[in-house]
Write a new protein. Structure first.
Length: 276
């Protein structure tokens, strides 16, 4: 037992690798799981990717990402449903354990936050039967409030659960991403509430000072502020025993040798994330 049995490489952590290179990198590092992104999946082709993943013996911990459900107008709504339907088919094609939904921010020029959240609710309801028919679990990802305007109008795990609880837990779950939830004074109670609905657990650190592009402000575990073992313990106490993805958006990490990044990721995972 290496201790890495549950560790999953989210492709964004090694952003320069193609999907095939990421698959080979996981195998070389002794990992059993990978989180796939749609763009490199589409570059490779779903059928070719499914075969390569199966040949490598890798689980697919998630497909990133669907969502972006907040645009105004019937045409925009139809486009969002069509794109997410395609993402559902892709997730089913590679056997992904969930499709992560980043729900979207405010439409250009809009200040109507309740309206945007209402469109997420309504369009999610349209997607659930499609996902159910294809055996795909949708995973709502709440995002840190710094991203509410442009990426995610669901700012807390509680908000994500409020939406998810309208549906069967096997159809709609939530993502617990340490970067997005670590600050929340209610996180302990909300993770407990999420029992049976945690579809994905993602880890990376919150670094300061924040870079100019806050999207790229994720650090390697142990770099700064997050108590990973405490959050992992809460997630496990809520019944989650699935893969633990490392998802890092960081210009310096992306510029480094991907194989070395995976080595560091594995070391830091053992040092900071696993509870036993």
């Amino acid at each position: 037992m290496s201790g890495l049995e549950r560790l999953s490489l989210n492709q964004k952590t090694t952003n320069s690798w193609t999907l095939r290179e990421a698959i080979e990198g996981c195998v070389a590092a002794g990992l059993s799981s990978i989180g796939v992104w749609r763009e490199p999946l589409q570059d490779m082709g779903v059928d070719a990717a499914a075969k390569a993943l199966a040949d490598a013996g890798l689980r697919v911990s998630s497909l990133c990402r669907g969502g972006f459900l907040t645009a105004e107008g019937d045409g925009a709504g139809r486009h969002a449903i069509a794109d997410n339907t395609e993402a559902i088919l892709e997730a089913a094609g590679i056997g992904a354990q969930c499709l992560v939904l980043v729900v979207g921010g405010l439409p250009e020029g809009s200040r109507d936050l309740p309206g945007a959240r209402g469109r997420v609710r309504d369009r999610l309801a349209e997607l659930v039967p499609i996902a159910h028919d294809h055996g795909v679990r949708l995973a709502l990802e709440p995002m840190h409030p710094i991203f509410t305007a442009d990426r995610g109008v669901l700012a807390t795990l509680g908000e994500a659960l409020d939406l998810a609880e309208a549906f069967d837990p096997q159809d709609v779950g939530v993502v617990v991403d340490t970067f997005h939830v670590w600050w929340d004074p209610q996180v302990d109670a909300q993770i407990e509430r999420a029992a049976g609905r945690i579809a994905s657990y993602q880890v990376c650190d919150w670094i300061t000072p924040l870079p100019a592009d806050t999207l790229l402000s994720r650090g390697m575990m142990g770099d700064r502020h997050i108590d990973f073992r405490r959050l992992t313990g809460l997630v496990e106490a809520a019944g989650y025993d699935g893969d633990i993805e490392v998802e890092i958006f960081n210009a310096d990490v992306w510029a480094a040798d991907p194989s070395e990044v995976v080595t560091t990721m594995s070391e830091r995972y053992l040092q900071h994330v696993v509870t036993g």
